[in-house]
Design a protein around this ligand. Structure first.
Ligand code: URA
Length: 183
């Protein structure tokens, strides 16, 4: 399947109930040949309105970290576990993740990144391990098959608790160092 075919299939998706309430699918944006893939949780209101991931308040903060460590947003790919917004930004339900995860799996296969960075606990629990503890394990690097994968705090968590910002900066610098070390 090509990226365009996958996007089209996702655009028609009604595999879970979020298909009935979304304004737009938020498939993902960025460089489809990126070495670096960021994976968030699910679209929020601004993302649902625009169809673009991480464009609301959390996205603006993510942009600041990318700029601070010298990662060009246009050179990476950004996607989410869920492609549709859960009502009132509640956590994704396991059944919604199960229904949606094959789209991300296929995106990973097509992009074939060298590193995947989970943005927050929900993404890390799905992509790294179900018992992932973001407070204890953020910034650690894992190997899953051929992929290197790590997790950093979700930018929305930093908005709620600015004391986490220092850890986020440290983790993002480590991600940048990894990127600089890639061939
Ligand atoms: N939070 C997410 O996890 N993803 C988005 O796209 C926006 C906010």
């Amino acid at each position: 399947m090509t990226f365009e075919e996958l996007k089209a299939a996702c655009g028609d998706c009604h595999k879970c109930e979020l298909g009935a309430t979304r304004t737009n699918i938020v498939f993902g944006t960025g460089n489809e040949n990126a070495d670096v893939l960021f994976v968030g949780e699910a679209p929020g209101q601004k993302e649902d309105e625009t169809g673009i991931p991480f464009v609301g308040a959390a996205g603006k903060l993510l942009d600041q970290y990318l700029a601070a460590v010298g990662i060009d947003r246009g050179q990476v790919y950004i996607a989410n576990i869920l492609k549709c917004r859960p009502p009132h930004n509640r956590d994704p339900l396991p059944a919604e993740e199960d229904a949606c995860i094959d789209y991300l799996r296929e995106q990973v296969r097509l992009i074939h990144p060298k590193i995947i960075i989970c943005l927050g606990r929900i993404s890390a629990m799905r992509l790294i391990k179900p018992d992932f503890r973001i407070t204890a394990e953020h910034g650690k690097f894992f190997k899953k098959g051929e992929y290197t994968i790590t997790a950093v705090y979700h930018p929305a968590a930093l908005l709620r608790d600015p004391r986490k910002k220092e850890d986020m900066y440290t983790d993002m610098k480590a991600v940048k160092a990894f990127i600089d070390g890639m061939e």
